[in-house]
Design a protein around this ligand. Structure first.
Ligand code: URP
Ligand code: ZN
Ligand code: ZN
Ligand code: ZN
Length: 484
């Protein structure tokens, strides 16, 4: 059985040209003129692009006393509806728990995925077990990216000694550390002060996490990675301070990548002020939304290449869950949704306004991500041999975003009322049609795990350090160094 996508314009990260795409057995088998297939999809007037990759999701994640409400089924259905054909989720060990124990849970949850997926491993504590298991996780499980939380003190946060030890180990294994960069100590101080002064509402969340806490942590993580000889991926870059640190590091020849979110690019801090409690709380996430100066910085970063990819950090909580924080903003579950809206919002506000070229759009939503995470060209490419994860985007198709018609299982949408122009006509996941003219045809369980080899990058500036071995943790504690 072959499928052919006919009469479209192929748009990749570096080329735009007219050609048909032939698919068989889930992969692209031919690209050319006048191709024939058993089944024909008409892409006249449309752009044929690599399906989006979302490098940052939290599906059914235990967090802040609850679980994020979209699971691998609804989350990947939302992804496909919006032209995203692969998600990368974070497997989160409980403090003191082994990496493989956590992976077992993520393996179970992800059996319901409608599209392909991969995992980043979170490093939530440090000890011999983590040190030892990291090697197998990298070499046998095909997970080459490890996330460290520099915030959420008393829960997920790891300290500088743990960051340094973990980064050294990852450099040795050829894997890439990632950071949630906010100074967790300062956030905890500011939060306590705000609460003590009677600021209990969701707007205080924004005051408790100013751009400086993010800029400081990003700089610190970059320097620690430098000392460890490791590359670094900074998630949810929301402000100029953090972007500036990344820009400078890249200028100095370091492999440091920054990932802004579609939310930070398109929504600003006014969402928290003079709004009803529910409205503001639904938009509570870390880092919080910023002002226009920071948004302009993020757009400039995508244009110049100092920022590499656009994610969602999809971590959706219902209004009822958000209300756990009535009377104390620090108890509002942090996170927002965006999986279904990332591509239409970025197309509309990026390509539609002239801020991004179509090729830059493909780079930041798909190809750059596949390259950094090391699953290119299986993913992120329209090439013979690549997986047929394809989005056919109709630039004339438009809608107004509304929770009423979304796939996500929560009861609101942070982009409610936004008009978008440029929507998927077809979405294919490994050759199988998941979306056809707005009609969802997803198949639960179709998604497969994508293994990613270590890419072995070290920072050139410190390549002379290569060959140093990472120090083993001194004692077996099994206790999270940062406590819980
Ligand atoms: O507020 C957020 N971003 N929630 C999800 C967890 C994280 O920090 O990425
Ligand atoms: Zn985070
Ligand atoms: Zn409202
Ligand atoms: Zn996140």
């Amino acid at each position: 059985m072959t499928t052919v996508i006919k009469n479209g314009t192929i748009v990749t990260a570096d080329l735009t040209y007219k050609a048909d795409v032939l698919i068989e057995g889930g992969v692209i088998t031919e690209i050319g003129q006048d191709l024939k297939g058993d089944k024909q999809l008409d892409a006249t007037g449309c752009y044929v692009m690599p399906g989006g990759i979302d490098p940052h999701t939290h599906l059914e994640m235990p967090f802040m006393g609850t679980y994020s409400s979209d699971d691998f089924e609804s989350g990947t259905r939302a992804a496909l509806a919006g032209g995203t054909t692969m998600v990368v989720d974070f497997a989160l060990p409980n403090p003191g728990e082994g990496l493989f124990e956590a992976l077992k849970r993520w393996d179970n949850k992800s059996t319901r995925a409608n599209c392909d997926y991969s995992f980043h491993m979170a490093v939530t504590w440090w000890g011999e077990q983590v040190f030892d298991e990291m090697e197998k996780v990298v070499r046998e499980r095909g997970i080459n990216t490890f996330k460290h939380f520099m915030a959420y003190k008393g829960a997920l946060m790891v300290n500088d000694d743990e960051l340094y030890a973990s980064f050294q180990r990852l450099a040795e294994l050829g894997a890439t550390p990632m950071v949630h960069a906010e100074n967790g100590d300062v956030v905890a101080e500011l939060s306590a002060k705000l609460l003590a002064e009677g600021n209990t509402g969701p707007e205080a969340h924004a005051y408790s996490r100013p751009p400086q806490v993010e800029g400081e942590a990003t700089n610190r993580a970059i320097m620690i990675a430098d000392m460890a000889g490791a590359p670094l991926y900074v998630v949810h870059v929301s402000c100029e301070e953090s972007h500036e640190a990344i820009r400078r590091a890249r200028m100095q020849g370091k492999r440091v990548w920054g990932e802004p979110l579609i939310q930070h690019l398109t929504l600003d801090e006014s969402e928290y002020f003079d709004k009803d409690w529910d409205h503001a709380a639904r938009r509570v996430m870390s880092p919080p939304f910023r002002n226009k100066k920071h948004q302009d910085s993020l757009w400039a970063g995508l244009q110049s290449g100092s920022l590499s990819c656009v994610a969602t950090d999809h971590c959706a909580f219902t209004t009822e869950q958000k209300r756990y924080g009535v009377g104390d903003f620090t108890k509002i579950p942090n996170g927002t949704g965006g999986l279904e809206d990332r591509i239409p919002m970025l197309w509309t506000q990026g390509v539609g306004t002239g801020r991004l070229t179509m090729n830059e759009f493909v780079a930041v939503t798909s190809t750059n991500i596949a390259k950094i995470l090391n699953c290119y060209p299986k993913k992120g490419a329209i090439l013979v041999g690549a997986d047929a994860d394809i989005m056919v985007l109709d630039p004339e198709k438009e809608k107004t975003i509304s929770a009423k018609s979304q796939q996500s299982s929560i009861d609101y949408n942070v982009f409610e009322g936004q008009h978008v122009k440029g929507l998927p006509r077809f979405v294919l996941t490994r050759g199988q049609i998941a979306v056809m003219d707005g009609d969802m045809q997803t198949q639960e369980g179709h998604g497969e795990f994508v293994a990613r080899e270590p890419n072995g990058t070290v920072n050139q500036a410190l390549s002379k350090w290569k060959g140093l071995t990472a120090p083993r943790p001194v004692e077996r504690t099994g206790i999270p160094a940062s406590g819980v």
